[in-house]
Design a protein around this ligand. Structure first.
Ligand SMILES: [Zn+2]
Length: 207
């Protein structure tokens, strides 16, 4: 099973590194990546190409580097911030194909925006990467299930560790809703023995 190798497109790897650079600066980024022998990608950022060759293992190794640099708690905070910061770079690469900036979308109700937004983002991952996402909608919650998760690829942990996805989803929902903040939490993680990684979104904003 962990023999199989899955990939992000190069430009999605680039998006993560751009988010990292915004949070920790170029030198900080190099230092953190060096801790897990990833200095090569710091020197040469992945190109903005669709070529699906940025391995899940590399994505996961970057998450491990956060922990090596800042400890589990500090690493979690940094991963959340990198996820939030990455969103706008992702939007630059993929925004025009999403159709979420059209006037028709902006006029929808909040709950419809959340429904359309989360499904659109899930489609993006499903169509353009080897990461598989399934959306499950409940009364007050949206469950974002990640099958084949790059963030915790080949990792073991006592608790959920896909913090970068949590930050990314928070920022995506802030943008989709025109400035509202939602409670987003990973409740289930493959690294912790789960069948999938599940990120739970409260449909009612906290702010
Ligand atoms: Zn995961």
């Amino acid at each position: 099973m962990s023999e199989a190798t899955f990939y992000y497109p190069q430009k999605m790897g680039r998006v993560i590194l751009q988010g990292m650079e915004e949070v920790m600066g170029r030198n900080g980024l190099s230092g953190v990546l060096r801790l897990n022998s990833l200095e090569g990608i710091a020197l040469n950022f992945p190109p903005a190409s669709n070529e699906r060759t940025f391995s899940f293992k590399t994505v996961s190794d970057i998450q491990t580097a956060f922990e090596l640099a800042y400890g589990p708690r500090g690493g979690r905070g940094v991963a959340l911030r990198v996820g939030r910061a990455s969103f706008k770079y992702g939007l630059k690469e993929y925004g025009s194909m999403l159709g979420l900036t059209e006037m028709a979308f902006r006029l929808l109700s909040l709950s419809t925006k959340l429904h359309v937004g989360t499904n659109t983002f899930a489609d993006l991952f499903n169509k353009h990467t080897d990461q598989k996402v399934q959306i499950e909608e409940q009364d007050n919650k949206i469950l974002w299930h990640i099958e084949r998760c790059p963030l915790c690829w080949d990792r073991k942990a006592e608790e959920p560790i896909c913090h970068l996805a949590v930050g990314l989803i928070q920022e995506a929902l802030y943008w989709v809703s025109g400035g509202k903040v939602f409670n987003v939490e990973e409740t289930n993680c493959i690294a912790n023995g789960g069948a999938v990684c599940t990120i739970v979104i409260d449909k009612n904003p906290i702010l």
